[in-house]
Design a binder for this molecule. Structure first.
Ligand SMILES: Nc1ncnc2c1ncn2[C@@H]1O[C@H](COP(=O)(O)OP(=O)(O)OP(=O)(O)O)[C@@H](O)[C@H]1O
Length: 858
């Protein structure tokens, strides 16, 4: 727990010189407080402390004076003797504690003190709050002092200091002695005033009073209380407040992510708005004041938020009626039309705290690292001195034989390759070295030479030579890496180890999509699994959903177990992992609908991206009654694009391109892998929208150029050796290795936990039934020129009615009818306004086959 860290630091600061440093390093406060056993032990410790204090205090109240002499004599006689004499139920310890807390300090008010350790202990031990801890602690502190002061007044006024001073304790008595000098008997007034101020601020007494005043004549008054009961009374008793609600989250390691997701400055904003909105709801004169302050929009709080309250309190609509009355008194129209981005319902926020999606699955446990194999990589020396020397000599000799002299050479040993950086003598042209790439490779007799001339930002020329013994980078080591664990990215993914053995972590949310290519067996599937595992280890199921498309049918099936935690699927779909091309088309279109509806929500909330939207939702500034909901990130993973493009062409390309173009801001990100990085698969449209591209080894430099816009990927050495190109930067990385068994264990670990009732539901795609019934379309009514028009449209790749009109010399009406029929049979997309319709086929054979399958010929 982060709260404990300072303790470790303080210790270090104080006793650094005197204590061996190793001692401090071995104290892992995090694990002391976070392991289940120690949490239970600490919880019970606090519980016991609370109980001991309470028993001691109660006992002292009964036997206090008798024990006072024992406590006073403490230190002058043996503990044993003192123990025998004391009458406290808990002996000398009980008597001493009570003497200090009751007699010296707080009097009977001290009886409240043990509530704090008891609540804290319960929370630590059992992970649940009996009452909200923060709020209860504040109350306890206030009442201890207040009761002490009140008792002090009574004792002082009744002149019973000698017999009853323990009732008020020293503090309460002294307060009254001081007040008495000023106010005589009137010193009770500040004491009562303190209670009043506390009640106003802490229980929002003014709000309650206002509520009571605005509808005194209403018979429904008691009903409101009843309707509000389940939520209101519970919260009042429990005293839920903004700070206390998110506390359970802190107990899971997750807190850093939560903090990142929601900006810190959110809280003060909420606090302010709390204060300002309350008058608006209830009192006309306050409303006018607010208008003067140009905070008109806050009026919208009234009608918009109340239905939300109503739902929260068992669907009662009493509050709704009340609030509409107030709004009518002003300008109801204005009030309704004001956008709801100012809809901050302070009372809901105060009562329920910030919305925390993770509380849907409060007991969710993140997968542990021991599910991953802890093989320590080959301990033997990876690259020997001889290997380095011999490569160096060969490089120097080869270049020398072409008249290129080197002034300096430096080697960096990476997991898969060693980078030799050379500085040629002055006057040598870089292109000359680049041209000798093949010759150098030949003379080094090694596969996978890659020459980087010049190394960006280094002023050198790099030659990467594969190591004889390569290192496997195991997933466990990278996921346990501190940089990954502390990463604050929204969607952190580990991509691999760089040549200088650093872990390369990227934020998929910023990428914002990733295109992967690689010939068969070069590590694509392992790479995809690594990406999925990174996200699973960092994200709570409430924050992230996967849409998994696996046309190969075998690669992603293991993730099936995550269905009720991390997967999203179409309603009525049997399997969450999509293997069928037709279903892929539906899913992609459904994702487009999800994207559009998310955009609508963002627009209505007047925010620019998903993060801002969710933060606003968490602050309860968006009304679920209006369709607002917490939006998890969605990551669409397609394991084999080539397959889909070959079978469905435009039908797949168009939605993918649309998602890639637009979905970033609404938290939908794509990871698309393909074996064949040909231009037919990675079309210009797709490529243009995937700025981040990753290539494992490919078979030709043409493929490398298609995916990376540069050669080099054909020179990689396989088994996860890869090049990552983001914008114009290219990095060579070794992908971590994750085994099928490890994936299986992780998925089983998560799948075995309580999940959601079902997978995250994607919106229904209406084309669903439409396309199913395409084969049942009555083709008899179709225009005889339909096949010809279809070919014309496909040839020109332009879905326009005027094209049919011009080329086929038809009237507008007939051409229009034909266009509608083309849409019906799925050759063109729906009408999109002024733009031409999308053409769903890109070759004549495809469209002919399609028409034949529908019984249309000609
Ligand atoms: N990062 C890695 N580290 C070590 N070995 C790896 C790594 N990635 C892949 N391999 C090895 O390569 C083999 C093939 O990997 P993978 O199944 O990921 O290839 P692929 O590109 O998905 O092939 P295909 O397209 O045929 O499914 C793995 O079984 C593993 O032995």
């Amino acid at each position: 727990m982060s709260v404990n860290k300072p303790r470790g630091n303080t210790q270090r600061a104080k006793g650094e010189e005197g204590v061996r440093p190793g001692f401090h390093l071995s104290l892992d406060w995090d694990s002391i407080f976070s392991s289940p056993k120690s949490t239970l032990a600490w919880g019970i410790f606090f519980l016991m402390t609370g109980i001991i204090l309470e028993v001691s205090f109660l006992s002292y109240i009964v036997t206090g004076l008798a024990d006072q002499s024992v406590v006073d004599a403490f230190g002058q006689e043996s503990i044993r003797d003192a123990g025998r004499q004391t009458r406290n139920f808990l002996g000398v310890v009980g008597a001493t504690f009570s003497h200090i807390f009751v007699y010296r300090w707080f009097g009977v008010g001290a009886l409240l003190l043990p509530i704090v350790p008891i609540l804290a202990g319960w929370k630590i031990a059992f992970g649940k709050e009996l009452l909200p801890l923060t709020r209860a602690t504040k109350e306890v502190v206030f009442y201890i002092l207040w009761v002490s002061a009140l008792m002090g007044y009574i004792v002082l006024m009744s002149n019973t200091e000698n017999t009853l001073s323990f009732v008020s304790g020293g503090i309460g008595y002294m307060i009254n002695v001081w007040l008495f000098d000023w106010l005589k008997w009137g010193s009770i007034l500040p004491i009562i005033f303190a209670l009043f101020v506390f009640a106003v601020y802490f229980y929002d007494a003014k709000n309650l009073l206002d509520k009571w005043q605005t509808k005194p004549e209403k018979e429904e008054e008691p009903e409101i209380a009843v309707a509000g009961n389940p939520a209101t009374i519970v919260t009042e008793e429990q005293g839920t407040d903004v700070e206390s609600k998110p506390e359970p989250v802190k107990e899971i390691e997750y807190v850093s992510v939560v903090n990142d997701t929601y900006d810190d400055d959110v809280v003060p904003e909420t606090e302010e708005s709390k204060e300002e909105e309350e008058p608006v709801i209830q009192n006309n004169s306050h409303v006018l004041e607010v208008i003067n302050k140009e905070e008109v929009s806050k009026l919208a709080v009234t009608p918009v938020i109340t239905p939300f309250v109503a739902t929260q309190v068992n669907g009662s609509n009493v509050d709704v009626e009340l609030e509409l009355e107030v709004a009518d008194a002003l300008t109801p129209k204005d009030a309704v039309e004001i956008p709801d981005d100012e809809d901050v319902n302070a009372s809901i926020l105060r009562e329920f705290g910030q919305y925390d999606p993770m509380l849907d699955l409060p007991s969710y446990q993140f997968p542990t690292y021991n599910l991953l194999s802890d093989v320590i990589d080959n301990q033997h020396e990876k690259v020997t001195q001889e290997e380095l020397e011999s490569n160096k000599t060969k490089i120097v000799e080869t270049l020398g034989s072409y008249g290129i002299n080197i002034s300096k050479i430096k080697a960096t040993i990476g997991p898969t390759v060693t980078l030799y950086e050379i500085i040629p003598e002055a006057g040598v042209r870089i292109s000359k070295i680049k041209n000798l790439e093949g010759d150098i490779a030949l003379s080094l007799a090694a596969l996978g030479i890659r020459i980087i001339a010049p190394m960006p930002g280094r002023g050198t020329i790099g030659i990467e030579v594969p190591n004889k013994n390569r290192e496997t980078v195991f997933i466990r080591s990278v996921l346990m890496n501190e940089r990954f664990q502390k990463s604050t990215y929204d969607l952190p993914i580990v991509l691999g180890k760089t040549i200088s053995n650093e872990i390369h972590i990227a934020d998929l949310a910023k990428m914002p999509h990733l295109l992967m290519a690689g010939a068969t067996g070069q590590g694509k599937s392992v790479g995809l699994n690594v990406i999925l595992a990174s996200l699973i280890y960092k994200k709570h199921p409430a924050e992230l959903k996967f849409v998994l498309v696996d046309p190969k049918k075998v690669e992603l099936t293991l993730f099936n177990k995550l269905e009720r935690h991390f997967l999203a699927k179409l309603p009525n779909a049997d399997e969450a992992i999509i293997t069928d091309t037709k279903k892929v088309i539906f899913t992609l279109n459904s994702l487009c609908i999800e994207m559009d509806s998310r955009y609508d929500l963002l627009k209505e909330a007047a925010v620019r991206n998903l993060k801002e939207y969710n933060a606003k939702f968490a602050q309860r500034r968006l009304n679920p009654e209006k369709g607002h909901r917490f939006l998890p990130y969605i990551v669409l993973v397609i394991d084999e694009l080539a397959d889909l493009m070959m079978t469905a062409g435009k039908e797949v390309e168009t939605p993918i391109a649309r998602l890639a173009q637009l979905a970033r801001a609404v938290g939908i990100h794509l990871v698309v892998a393909t074996q064949r990085p040909s231009v037919k698969v990675i079309t210009g449209l797709i490529k243009a929208n995937f700025p981040a591209r990753l290539s494992f080894r490919v078979t030709s430099s043409i493929d490398s150029r298609t995916i990376l816009d540069m050669g080099g990927a054909e020179q990689l050495v396989g088994q996860g050796d890869m090049l990552l190109a983001i914008n114009s930067e290219v990095i060579r990385l070794q992908c971590p290795f994750i085994d099928t068994r490890e994936i299986e264990d992780v998925c089983e670990f998560i799948g075995g936990q309580r999940g959601y009732d079902e997978a995250y539901a994607l919106p229904e795609y209406e084309g669903d039934e439409g396309s199913e019934s395409r084969s049942e379309v009555n083709t008899d009514d179709f225009d005889g020129l339909l096949p010809e028009a279809a070919r014309l449209i496909v040839t020109h790749q332009q879905g326009s009615t005027s094209l049919i009109q011009r080329k086929m010399k038809l009237g507008y009406n007939r051409a229009g009818r034909i266009m509608d029929q083309l849409e019906l049979i799925g050759v063109v997309g729906p009408f999109t306004g002024s733009k031409a319709r999308d053409v769903m086929f890109h070759d004549l054979n495809g469209v002919d086959d399609h028409m034949r399958s529908m019984g249309i010929s000609g």
